[in-house]
Structures are given as structure tokens and as C-alpha cells.
Write a protein that binds this ligand. Structure first.
Ligand code: GRF
Length: 198
């Protein structure tokens, strides 16, 4: 019986790439999904270094707002799924449209709370702490033209502990991100497309 075609995943990242690394660690050779391309708007992104170390094609996006260019870069890898993992640029509308229903983003809060334009990195955790919320967490959602507004696919909650700082909260959430994102990608690979978890 012919082997199931591997579910091809392209990852866009702007920073260190620990979520990418969690994916790479969860998708060894023979896994139902494979990361086949890593793109970044930032030539110094740690994510690109991680991809190169894993011998995965890694490219800098020369003009992140140029949809035709980005679509060309992505199409070359024939991805079944595009993952935004700490990608801080707004994805052009034409690219969102081209990958409708098969582009996901991970965000370090319990969306729809603490999401939207300007809500990234420590700003999210500072806002959570300032609000007095007793819980926070991570969310994976489908990407739509509006920042962080697409349907939520999966979430994981963590407590906000007394004395938490943006650093300690971010670290606790990053740990659950590293579980949540591979779980969503593996479920999508098994189902042949993005499915809601839990
Ligand atoms: C993560 O917290 C992610 O939720 C957010 O950006 C951060 C990226 O971290 N969108 P890394 O580059 O994957 O380490």
C-alpha cells in the first residue's frame, strides 16, 4: 500500500524560533508532517539558524509586504499548511486568501483577549498582569485579514501566579506553546487539514 504523502509545513518566524524548534523536535523523519521551508523577514532571526542546522531550506523574505513575492516563495515548497510562529509582520491579504483555512498563528494569550495590533511579546503579558487576570495561556488560530481575530483552533491555560512578571509569565506560556503547536500540526497532518483540538 502506498505511503501517505507527508503533510508539508512552511513556517514564518521573525525571532529566536523556539516554537519552530518544538515543531522540528516533534516531527522527526517518518513523522506524518515535515517542515519543508522556513521564511523570515529578519536575516538575523534565530529561526533561520535553527532551520539551517536541520538542513531545511531557509530564506529571508526581501519584501514582506509584497504578496506576489511571498506567494512565490511559499508556492515553491507546496505547503499543505503555513504556520506563523512569532512572525511579527502583517501577512498580505492576497497571501492570507491564497492559504485560507490552512494558515495558522500561535499567540501567547487566551484569544480573543489580549490580541490585535501591537499585542505581541511582553506587551501581551504586561497587559494580562495589569488586568489582574488569574489565568492566561496560549492560542492557535486560523489566520484571517485581521490580527489575531481568526477562529481559535486550540488553547492551553496557565495560572497567573502571585509575583509574576512579564518574564515569568512569558516563560510559563512558552512551555505550553511548545506542546500546543506540534499537537495542532500533527492533528492537521492526520486529518488532512486543520482541525479544532479539545
Ligand atoms: C511566542 O511567544 C509566540 O506566541 C509569539 O511570539 C513568540 C515567538 O517565540 N507570537 P519564538 O520565536 O518561537 O521563540
Amino acid at each position: 500500500m502506498a505511503a501517505e504523502p507527508t503533510f508539508r509545513v512552511a513556517v514564518l518566524a521573525s525571532g529566536g524560533g523556539t516554537n519552530l524548534q518544538a515543531l522540528l523536535d516533534a516531527l522527526p523523519p517518518g513523522a506524518p508532517a515535515q517542515v519543508v521551508l522556513v521564511l523570515s523577514n529578519n536575516a538575523d532571526a534565530g529561526a533561520l539558524e535553527r532551520a539551517r542546522k536541520a538542513a531545511i531550506p531557509a530564506r529571508v523574505i526581501p519584501h514582506p509586504r509584497d504578496a506576489a513575492e511571498l506567494n512565490r516563495l511559499l508556492a515553491g515548497a507546496h505547503p499543505d499548511l503555513v504556520v506563523l510562529a512569532g512572525y511579527l509582520n502583517l501577512v498580505p491579504l492576497e497571501t492570507v486568501a491564497a492559504y485560507e483555512g490552512r494558515m495558522i498563528n500561535i499567540h501567547p494569550s487566551l484569544l480573543p483577549a489580549f490580541g490585535g495590533p501591537g499585542m505581541y511579546g511582553h506587551r501581551v503579558h504586561q497587559a494580562v498582569l495589569a488586568s489582574g487576570a488569574r489565568t492566561s495561556g496560549a492560542s492557535v488560530h486560523l489566520v484571517t485579514p485581521e490580527y489575531d481575530r481568526g477562529p481559535v483552533i486550540a488553547q492551553k491555560t496557565v495560572p497567573v501566579e502571585p509575583g509574576d512578571t512579564a518574564d515569568t509569565l512569558a516563560a510559563r506560556i512558552l512551555q505550553v506553546e511548545h506542546e500546543l503547536l506540534p499537537a495542532v500540526v500533527l492533528a492537521a497532518a492526520r486529518a488532512g487539514g486543520v482541525v479544532r483540538l479539545g
